[in-house]
Design a protein around this ligand. Structure first.
Ligand code: OAD
Length: 229
């Protein structure tokens, strides 16, 4: 299969945890997935944070440290080079690891927030790029990771931007997502309904694979370097 990218004006790469698997960042649901090791109700929801902030922050400290030891792989870099080579390329990601930006991508919409931002109830959101050493703001409040946890609403401006990009794209390439978490799970259908050509890259068929014209069965890094470079 070949993709003639010159036929498309607005291309969206829609990425999930599998996009970063070859950077050694674990996925959530596959083998070795984070939610097999940790019960999300104890580590990734507001009630857990309210009940035991230190436990939740310890978990995020471990995750941040692990991500800091990882680097973008050839697939992240291929997308970034491709984005710079032409107009009309955007990335909508469910990932919180910052790998696309580290690889050089510019137009990255982070649906689920970032592992590298924290927010204080009084003082708002700020970047925090190193290891998670300070759990409290200078005002004494615990700093909450600026991540969408289970039960949280997504940030409306972020969703609006993603929906606008996806409804207006003519090529939608989904990479490494199981497609089970809403509202992101609805995005392939949105792209398809609006006439985009929809292609999936995943080593396994996903629950959403039936929506795609084609699933390219392979790893993100291998497939993207083959198609984009
Ligand atoms: P999942 O862990 O649910 O799914 C990962 C997908 O990546 C699976 O379909 C794998 O088959 C695929 N995969 C594994 N290795 C791959 C590789 N090398 N190349 C390409 N694909 C590969 O991750 P998400 O769909 O991203 O939310 O999960 C969605 C959301 O659920 C996450 O953003 C997170 C989680 O709870 C929050 O934290 C809010």
């Amino acid at each position: 299969m070949k993709i003639d990218f010159t036929r498309y004006d607005r291309i969206v790469f829609f990425t999930g945890a599998g996009m970063s698997a070859e950077s050694n960042i674990p996925t959530y649901r596959g083998s070795g997935g984070i939610w097999h090791q940790y019960n999300y109700e104890e580590y990734a929801c507001q009630i857990a944070f309210d009940n035991n902030p230190e436990k939740v922050l310890d978990f995020h400290k471990i995750r941040r440290k692990a991500v800091l030891e990882c680097s973008p792989h050839s697939g992240h870099k291929a997308i970034a080079v491709f984005e710079k080579s032409r107009d009309g390329v955007s990335i909508v990601t469910q990932n919180i690891d910052g790998m696309h930006q580290q690889a050089g991508s510019i137009d990255v919409t982070e649906l689920h927030g970032s592992l590298f931002r924290v927010r204080c109830r009084n003082h708002g959101i700020h970047e925090d790029l190193g290891e998670f050493t300070e759990y409290k703001c200078s005002c004494g409040n615990y700093l909450r990771p600026d991540i969408i946890w289970f039960g949280d609403s997504l940030v409306s401006e972020v969703v609006e931007k993603a929906v606008s990009l996806i409804s207006n794209c003519d090529l939608f390439i989904s990479i490494g997502t199981s497609g089970v978490v809403w509202p992101a799970a609805g995005f392939p259908e949105l792209a398809k309904k609006n006439g985009a050509r929809c292609i999936e890259i995943n080593p396994e068929l996903s629950e959403m694979s039936y929506l795609y014209e084609k699933t390219i069965e392979g790893k993100a890094g291998d497939v993207l370097t083959r198609f984009l470079i």
